[in-house]
Design a binder for this molecule. Structure first.
Ligand code: CO
Length: 653
């Protein structure tokens, strides 16, 4: 048997070396909380919403590798329940003092995991909820009820928007381990004030019977499995090809730093590629900044459903602890995540981030029929860095891939359980699909906003929109076959707002105009879109006003340290208009500047019965491909699998 291939954090890391962009350690989280408490900025009514590294100034970290020279600071968000007030502050870990702490008026910070748990308890314990349940089902025992926290959103109801509210969805398990999402309680919608942790009211709608069936996916509830699967083991007898020091990673010619925080979850920093004797910068920071999942059903129990999973729930808060051989296969290096709960107690999510190598088929190949030793073929290997978050019913896997040819790919894996509703027997829905008898799944979309802080061979970069268009039909195009890629330099933020265009196979190219390749062109990378959509909710839909980042697929801004999240800093219960839509109104110049490219991608989900009771994974993502960044295929030096080192890892070529 192959030994279990797990590298512990300590076996490869060197505790004395740290990169200034590495996330806070467990000790630093603990220390930051202590400093805040000692300063008197936190009282009994305070919830710690998040504690993360206050990332050092960008200019100071260029080429840096040692933590010693950088002041380690924590960025904290606090919520005072008694005052219903949000505060944000900066803590110096070195000087052990709070450098700043300011009240942020009129906002609600994201929800915490503690609030999700306490909210469920508050609903289940409320006499009003029990009475409503008895009235409609005859069931007095609430122990089988599930209460999923759902953000309250914003619908122009000013009074409600001033309270810290949520509107949970409720389900009823058939037994203690049943899949409750098979049995939605459609007619009851509690409204809970999280500051008071009390049910404000129970809204009751037209009664729809609880669906009759059960539907479970757990292995423990199956009586049979398919029996024709033979073991598939990934063997790396000499270990992996990566090196890890703290959270800094080297893999073949790639290097980068892995970050993590409660809001964005997995982040990547200082991504570089060693090209001969040049250590070339590509991206300074890459992250998912926001999400929105708008549902398309106008019915009274469904129309308020839209989740901003990053800014309202926190992808890091909701991150899973990953398991070898289940979530990840092969020789794995895990990274733990260090957060705190809402009381400020440190939390470790063991194995929150998984890193491993994967065989990825053919990297390149050519057969020259005239040559005896042909074909030439190389196998592709990619490095995978991933984390998975569970936001109540849904699962999102975030996967960054690094390839030997200089490509970086990001992919979201969508799985988990559909947001279900009960539906009257004998009727067919028009805004969604029946996935089982009387179980309805409304149509919805998932929009993801990515922030890509490019530093191609330095800070001064320019972005081009590239459209492929056919030539005019004239004497220069006698066979009418001609087409060309036309690049439009984007000079200002408004000019850069753009959508995909199938008619011109549109892509975007980021270049450094000051650095030329061997054919005299500016070195560059291309953003290659994947699956995408436009929003189907009206521009006046409340959710869409709050999610301005869905208005365009691509945005370009000049780097600004405080522009981090596509829908603004505090989207929870926001009235909208913040984030990209606001910043880019300034129409700042972006030519030959330190640019940040923002990419919004949307997955339109028309549910299917096959998505039930648990969804086979759906994928959406994009690639960043070198485009004249290198002088030729950078993977020419990957050895053939039938020779040298590579042979040992490939037994069948
Ligand atoms: Co979906």
């Amino acid at each position: 048997m192959t030994p279990i291939n797990v590298l512990t954090q300590t076996s490869l890391s060197n505790a004395t070396v740290g990169h200034p962009l590495e996330p806070l350690t467990a000790d630093e989280v603990r220390k930051a909380v202590e400093i805040v408490r000692k300063s008197g900025k936190a009282c009994a009514a305070t919830r710690f919403i998040s504690i993360a590294l206050n990332e050092p100034d960008k200019t100071s970290t260029q080429g840096a590798s040692s933590r010693e020279a950088f002041p380690r600071e924590a960025f904290i968000v606090l919520y005072d329940r008694a005052k219903n007030a949000c505060f944000e502050g900066i803590v110096s870990l070195k000087d052990e003092r709070v450098l700043s702490c300011k009240h942020v008026p009129g906002v609600q910070p994201m929800m915490t995991v503690d609030e999700m748990i306490e909210c469920e308890r508050a609903v289940l314990d409320s006499p009003e909820f029990r009475e409503a349940l008895v009235r409609h089902t005859g069931i007095a025992d609430t122990s089988l009820a599930m209460v999923d926290i759902w953000s309250a959103g914003y619908y122009g109801e000013a009074e409600e928007s001033e309270r810290r509210l949520v509107r949970p969805l409720c389900f009823l398990r058939a037994d203690a381990t049943d899949n409750g999402y098979a049995r939605p309680i459609e007619w009851i919608r509690p409204v809970v004030d999280l500051a008071l942790m009390k049910v404000v009211r129970i809204e009751e709608y037209e009664r729809v019977p609880i669906p009759p069936g059960e539907s479970n996916y757990a292995a423990s509830r199956r009586t049979s499995f398919r029996e024709d699967i033979k073991p598939l083991e990934i063997v790396q007898p000499e270990g992996p090809s990566f090196q890890v020091s703290g959270n800094a990673v080297n893999w073949q010619k790639w290097s980068f730093v892995i970050g993590f925080n409660a809001r964005e979850g997995l982040t990547l920093h200082d991504i570089r590629y060693r090209d001969g004797d040049r250590d070339r910068s590509i991206l300074y920071r890459a992250s998912l900044t926001e999400m929105v999942v708008p549902y398309g059903d106008p019915g009274p129990t469904q129309r308020r459903k839209n989740a901003f999973d990053v800014g309202e729930y926190g992808m890091g808060n909701c991150a899973n602890s990953l398991k070898l051989g289940c979530d990840c296969l092969g020789y794995i290096h895990y990274f733990d995540a260090h957060l705190c709960d809402s009381k400020g107690e440190p939390i470790v999510i063991p194995n929150a981030i998984c890193m491993h190598e994967e065989d990825f088929g053919i990297l390149w190949k050519h057969t020259d029929r005239r040559l005896a030793d042909s074909p030439e073929v190389r196998r592709s290997r990619r490095l995978v860095v991933s984390s998975i978050s569970t936001v109540e019913n849904y699962e999102y896997g975030f996967f960054w891939y690094f390839y030997q040819d200089g490509t970086i790919q990001f992919e979201v894996k969508l799985t988990g359980i559909l947001s279900t509703a009960a539906y009257p027997a004998g009727k067919s829905p028009v805004h969604g699909e029946l996935v089982a008898p009387q179980v309805y799944a409304p149509n919805h979309q998932h929009f993801f906003n990515m922030r890509l802080d490019f530093d191609l061979d330095g800070r001064a970069n320019t972005v081009y929109r590239v459209d492929v268009t056919p030539d005019a039909i004239d004497e220069n195009n006698p066979f009418e076959n001609a087409f060309q890629a036309r690049s439009t330099g984007l000079k200002t933020e408004k000019e850069a707002r753009g959508r995909l265009n199938l008619e011109s196979a549109r892509t975007w190219k980021i270049v450094n105009p000051g650095v030329r390749n061997s054919v005299g062109e500016s070195v560059g990378y291309k953003l290659i879109p994947g699956d995408n959509s436009i929003p189907f909710g009206s521009p006046n839909a409340w959710w869409r006003k709050r999610a301005g980042f869905v208005e365009h697929h691509v945005w370009v801004t000049p780097y600004s340290a405080d522009e981090r999240y596509g829908a603004g800093d505090y989207p929870n219960q926001s009235a909208g208009g913040d984030g990209l839509i606001r910043w880019t109104e300034r129409d700042r110049p972006i030519e030959n500047a330190d640019v940040v490219v923002w990419y919004t991608m949307g997955h339109t989900h028309i549910p299917r019965p096959e998505d039930y009771p648990v969804m086979p994974t759906a994928y959406i993502g994009f690639s960043l491909k070198p485009f004249g960044f290198f002088d030729a295929n950078p993977a020419l030096d990957v050895p053939p699998s039938d020779r040298g080192e590579a042979k040992k890892s490939c037994s069948h070529c």
